[in-house]
Design a protein around this ligand. Structure first.
Ligand SMILES: Cc1ncc(COP(=O)(O)O)c(CN[C@H](C(=O)O)[C@H](C)O)c1O
Length: 338
């Protein structure tokens, strides 16, 4: 059965054209630095984001972990959003494996951290307190794009306090396409950026971590220590190169479909959603837990999958069509009129 799968853009699968490209990828042993496709991807990633170097990593979670461990010594602190992926959905790996002290802060509705909260989280240089080394932001966060002015404000603040700035840019290209800002402009304020290639971009595996040559050197060593050294993974890197060439501008289709979905659902009785929050490829609904369970079961019977309880998330991506979106709206209409 083919499902209309709105659980996440992590479910994207390689297109036939991408698979053909993968078939002919040049490969080598990447632990020796000899995989031509990985070397080409890392060179392209560094150039695209305007940084000195890049590292191809098996997942966004590992990419963020390497960033945290490469920025922070054991016992140093990282300020981040309490609803951020790094804090909530990475099993606190940077605390467990990297001994980084995580300092969560409330996230504003737009995904930003209030500067006043960040300032208050920084302790004086006193042996009683964790010394913060890093601030982590997420763009997009729940599909919302961080304003460029905010990024510059956080950069200035980080500089004023001698802090590093990391971006979990799992959906950076969604932010680029939605905002019209260049990749370099969004990446420039950050010392390091993690970009997922396996979400909306449609590669089967992988992320890129970009930053200074020294920073990426530390991250590469840590990746090997964590068992992330790869051999002939150029087959995967070639998919990512294909995605960067062919699948960035088409993200606008995902955003258009999310907007259409949101407008269709917002017109239905009993559906609570904020159209203004639909800036890229995610639509969030707020329903009671009981309603959520009934709704998910009803939709699954009709071959429609999405996730969440209470706040439900519907994510558009490469494998969805305009007809799929209309079918989802029709299914909601049927559910709500039952
Ligand atoms: C902002 C952000 N940063 C990092 C990651 C981790 O990437 P992977 O480890 O899954 O490659 C994700 C994945 N997010 C996944 C999803 O959205 O379905 C789940 C929640 O892990 C992410 O959304």
């Amino acid at each position: 059965m083919r499902y209309i799968d709105l659980r996440s853009d992590t479910v994207t699968q390689p297109t036939e054209a991408m698979r053909q490209s993968m078939l002919h990828a040049e490969v080598g042993d990447d632990v020796y630095g000899e995989d031509p496709s990985i070397n080409a991807l890392e060179h392209k990633g560094a150039e695209l984001l305007g940084k000195e170097a890049a590292l191809f990593v098996p997942s966004g979670t590992m990419s963020n972990l390497l960033a945290m461990m490469s920025h922070c010594q054991r016992g140093e602190g990282a300020v981040l959003g309490s609803a951020s992926h790094i804090y909530r959905y990475e099993a606190q790996g940077s605390a467990v494996l990297g001994s980084v002290a995580l300092q969560p802060l409330p996230m504003q509705a737009d995904g930003t951290l209030a500067l006043a909260d960040v300032r208050a989280a920084l302790a004086p240089d006193d042996a009683h307190f964790v010394q913060t080394r890093l601030i982590c932001l997420e763009n997009t966060h729940n599909g919302k794009v961080l304003p460029l002015s905010y990024l510059h404000e956080m950069r200035a603040f980080a500089d004023s306090r001698g802090l590093q700035l990391h971006l979990d840019g799992a959906r950076l290209f969604n932010a680029v396409v939605a905002s019209g800002e260049s990749v370099q402009a969004i990446a420039a304020p950050f010392d390091s950026v993690s970009v997922c290639l396996s979400k909306g971009l449609g590669a089967p595996v992988g992320s890129l971590l970009v930053g200074s040559r020294d920073f990426i050197g530390r991250a590469r060593r840590l990746r090997k220590m964590l068992g992330g050294g790869m051999r002939q993974a150029g087959i995967l890197a070639q998919a990512a190169l294909f995605a960067l060439d062919q699948h960035v501008t088409r993200l606008a289709d995902d955003h258009r479909r999310a907007k259409r979905l949101a407008e269709g659902l917002a017109a239905l009785p009993g559906i609570e959603l904020e159209l203004a929050e639909v800036q890229t490829n995610m639509v969030f609904l707020r329903l009671s837990k009981e309603q959520s369970e009934r709704l998910l079961a009803f939709m699954k019977e009709r071959g429609i999958l999405f996730s969440g309880y209470g706040e439900m998330r519907l994510v558009t991506h490469l494998q969805l069509t305009d007809d799929d979106i209309e079918e989802v709206i029709d299914a909601f209409t049927e559910y709500l009129s039952a």
